[in-house]
Write a protein of this length. Sequence first.
Length: 150
Amino acid sequence: MAKSQQTFSKSEKEKKRLKKRLDKQKKMEARKAEKEENGSTGIQFAYVDHNGNLTDTPPDPDLKVEVELDDIQISVTKKEDLPEEDPVRKGKVSFFDSSKGFGFIIDTENNEKYFTHVSGLIDEIAENDKVSFELERGMRGMNAVKVTKI
């Protein structure tokens, strides 16, 4: 006797498809019945007001703000427009190993920790010294260079 080609998973998938189709048809019939009861309201509109918010009422044209084409910027601000920043920063030495020749400085403004090497030192430093330094991009992030004791 030949075995049936219909497996359990195939029949389950077919049942799910039929159920989904019936649910969709019931929803469609319910929408039609509601439309017949309440009458046709037409297409619902959503408006965008002068602040960019969605509303159901049309916006007041008097509140519209005119923007000139030259005022629109589609790029990053130019370096000339940015204010000059003082490259010299102040900080405190959190760790320094003179035998290995490296350490870390914590910036007083933003509490960031920066690596420093003995090659970037101008004065001799030790732990808990207050120092001034400049930043330079290194292989693993920002490094403190031109480190001087205050």
